[in-house]
Design a protein around this ligand. Structure first.
Ligand code: AHR
Length: 309
């Protein structure tokens, strides 16, 4: 027995590395690319074997990936759900297999919250509020009779699209002059952001004063559309977006974007620590929020060299 107990610490040094199945939304934005590389490098750093699956923005691909992780008996599943609903069945399958699930970046709507252990990600409602508060300050002294806003929403049914809309609307209510005159999804991509902005600009019934884009990539696409329409982005149309990616800081430096609300994608290191704690059955918080700021065009040149994504 003594010999066995002496051998145990040595044996644990050879314990198999923790295996994480990670299902990513896709590669739709600069934010997402930064998030993916943060997850991959943090896994390597933490000695975690990562099975990575890219869902190409399709829920059915994510469900398939989760089922394959369950079949492979991974130690822990982490995923960033493309949309909020429709997860109950597959999460029950993971629970029945005894595999803990960590939500990262985006939330799910489920009746039974025990279907996931914890959720680490930004507060998207708060991001929408921050965007609207900036606008309220900006127009506080305006004598214009109306302030017309067009909105580029993120992926339909996704938590950030739902919450960023909700937070923004909650705050603009206090100024009746601010009205959202058009709102459509640009699916979080530059190409769609440009396409939808082009169609907004073609409708000449009302002048567009402000663009609120649910992410920087759609704002950058829209900036192109605005320039092609012969207008000055950031001057003729005030532009507000969310994420704080390098491309947004470059656009702000060039005076084409007015403000970006930060949404930090560098969740990898925290996620890996969480995974270790969850597998070791240590208590973890049910909801872990990320601390973020707001950056305006006048801060862009100074901040740009410090940006990590
Ligand atoms: O879920 C986070 C959002 O998804 C980011 O704001 C966006 O850029 C990404 O595609």
């Amino acid at each position: 027995l003594l010999a066995l107990s002496l051998a145990l610490p040595a044996l644990s040094a050879f314990a198999a590395p923790l295996v994480m199945g990670f299902s990513q939304v896709g590669a739709e934005s600069e934010w997402r690319t930064a998030n993916t590389s943060s997850v991959k490098s943090a896994a390597k750093e933490a000695g975690i074997t990562l099975k990575f699956a890219d869902a190409q923005q399709k829920q059915e691909n994510q469900v398939k990936a989760l089922r394959s992780f369950i079949a492979q008996k991974v130690d822990v599943i982490a995923f960033s759900p493309v949309v909020e609903s429709g997860w109950e069945t597959v999460l029950k399958e993971a629970k029945a297999a005894g595999i803990p699930v960590i939500l990262t970046d985006r939330a799910v709507k489920v009746t039974d919250e025990s279907l996931y252990v914890t959720f680490i990600g930004s507060d998207f409602v708060e991001e929408g509020r921050k965007a609207a508060k900036w606008l309220l300050d900006r127009v506080a002294k305006s004598t214009a009779p109306a302030i017309n806003v067009v909105e580029l929403q993120g992926t339909v049914g996704s938590a950030p699209a739902i919450d960023r809309k909700k937070g923004f609307e909650e705050i603009i209510k206090s100024n009746a002059k601010i009205q959202i005159i058009r709102s459509q999804s640009g699916d979080f991509t530059r190409a769609k952001g440009k396409e939808v902005m082009e169609s907004f600009l073609k409708q000449k019934d009302k002048k567009i004063d402000v663009l609120y884009a649910h992410n920087d990539d759609m704002a950058i696409g829209a900036i192109q559309a605005i320039e092609e329409a012969g207008l000055k982005p950031g001057v003729d149309i005030t532009i507000i977006s969310i994420d704080g990616v390098r491309g947004a800081f470059e656009a702000m430096k060039a005076g084409k974007l007015n403000v970006t609300v930060e949404c930090n994608p560098l969740l990898g290191p925290q996620l890996m620590q969480l995974a270790k704690d969850v597998v070791a059955k240590k208590p973890v918080e049910k909801r872990i929020k990320v601390i973020e700021g707001v950056y305006t065009a006048d801060q862009a040149a100074k901040e740009l060299p410090n940006r990590k994504y």
